[in-house]
Design a protein around this ligand. Structure first.
Ligand code: KG4
Ligand code: ZN
Length: 365
């Protein structure tokens, strides 16, 4: 039995199928995955946790052969946020064409795939189900090992696709729509949570602040664009939460709301720049502080907010420790990061099976 097998309620017949797929792969590749160095392993990754339907073909967890993302932003933007029921229906119609497109762009045939990785949490239940069930069907039909991946762990692994190999121990700041986590990573699969947000996630704060300022959805890119040539001339509070590695952004958002309600904002662009500067200031200083304390080799950024131009610039400028940041399209949701993460899980023998279920509130730790 492969080590790290996700033995969550599987039946004996399903278990046999999963192990058989894994053993087929070992026979095909000739050696145990822990010895895969120069052996070609091609994974199909699938991501449908929120409002992007994505599929990617990735070689050895590091080289992207294709990465296709079908975004639903135009559909949800008229509602000012993601509507879960619409999101899952859109995934159903998009998933097969997106997978076909990923295989076609990668010039890869079904027979050339070695395994399939899919996000199964955290995220919207109805959305996750589409990707996970599609992956299970493919795994069953093509006899491919299936790897269930945590969406947050996948965000971290976007950094393995950047062309340089991250060095352990490292500190990763995950800043997405639902999470703001500072994680110490000592090896593949070895995580310690140092701090997290006590209220709003950084992305959530950007989205709410944009709504307060009357900017479009999603708020992060809207604030980033509005702030580009503006002056951060409004004094906004920063929650330092000294003595901890935790974050808090709800006070900052409320302070902005009070200023808007009082009618004291004269420039939306300058208000956007001031808000962005306050968020970035805290993220940068707290991340560097923790990185120095833990004597890490590198700082990694990941998640949608890592696409923010000021955060990318300030973290790189201020850090005495090398900083790795995926390209903006690999910071926001995509399936290449799922395939990269799946490759390293597969190497550790962490396979899932037909019983793989979605876990909407799945935690990384
Ligand atoms: O990682 P992600 O694509 O999805 C989740 O897993 O949540 O992150 C989405 C979040 C949204 O809140 C969005 O507003 C934010 O990332 N975001 C940005 C930028 N691009 C996306 N925030 C600030 N600046 C950006 N350029
Ligand atoms: Zn995400």
């Amino acid at each position: 039995m492969p080590s790290g097998y996700d033995n969550t309620g599987f039946l004996p017949s399903q278990f046999k199928h999963n192990v058989a797929c894994y053993e087929n792969l070992l026979t095909k590749k000739g050696v145990h995955p822990s010895l895969w160095y120069n052996i070609l392993v091609i994974l199909l990754g699938i991501e449908t946790s929120c409002d992007e339907t994505a599929a990617a073909v990735v070689e050895n967890g590091r080289h992207i052969l294709s990465s296709v993302v079908s975004s639903q932003i135009d559909i949800h933007s008229r509602f000012g946020g993601v509507v879960p029921e619409i999101a899952s229906r859109q995934h159903i119609s998009a998933i097969i064409p997106v997978i076909d497109e990923a295989l076609s762009q990668a010039h890869t045939d079904w027979n050339e795939l070695d395994a399939i990785a899919t996000t199964h949490g955290p995220g919207l239940a109805g959305s996750l189900l589409v990707g996970a069930n599609t992956a299970k069907a493919i795994s069953f039909a093509r006899k491919l090992p299936l790897v269930g991946v945590n969406h947050l762990e996948a965000h971290i692994y976007a950094n393995w696709l950047s062309g340089c190999e991250p060095e352990f121990p490292l500190l990763c700041l995950i800043v997405s729509g639902g999470h703001t986590d500072l994680i110490l990573m000592k090896n593949h699969g070895d995580y310690t949570l140092l701090g997290k947000t006590r209220d709003d996630a950084a992305g959530e704060a950007f989205d709410k602040a944009a709504r307060i300022l009357g900017l479009s959805y999603p708020g992060g890119p809207a604030i980033d664009n509005a702030a580009r040539n503006a002056i951060a001339d409004i004094k906004l509070p920063r929650a330092w939460l000294r003595g901890t590695d935790d974050f808090s952004f709800s006070g900052l958002k409320t302070a902005l709301l009070r200023l808007v309600e009082a009618g004291t904002i004269t420039s939306i662009e300058n208000a956007a720049a001031s808000f962005q500067e306050a968020v970035v200031d805290v993220l940068v200083k707290k991340t560097i502080n923790a990185a120095v304390r833990h004597r890490v080799m590198q700082i990694l950024l990941s998640g949608g907010v890592a696409a923010n131009s000021l955060l990318r610039e300030q973290m790189t400028l201020a850090s005495p420790i090398p900083v790795l940041i995926p390209s903006p399209s690999l910071c926001t949701d995509n399936a290449a990061m799922v395939a990269a993460c799946g490759y390293y899980r597969l190497q550790r023998g962490c396979i899932s099976g037909i019983e793989l279920d979605v876990i909407p509130s799945m935690a990384l730790l």
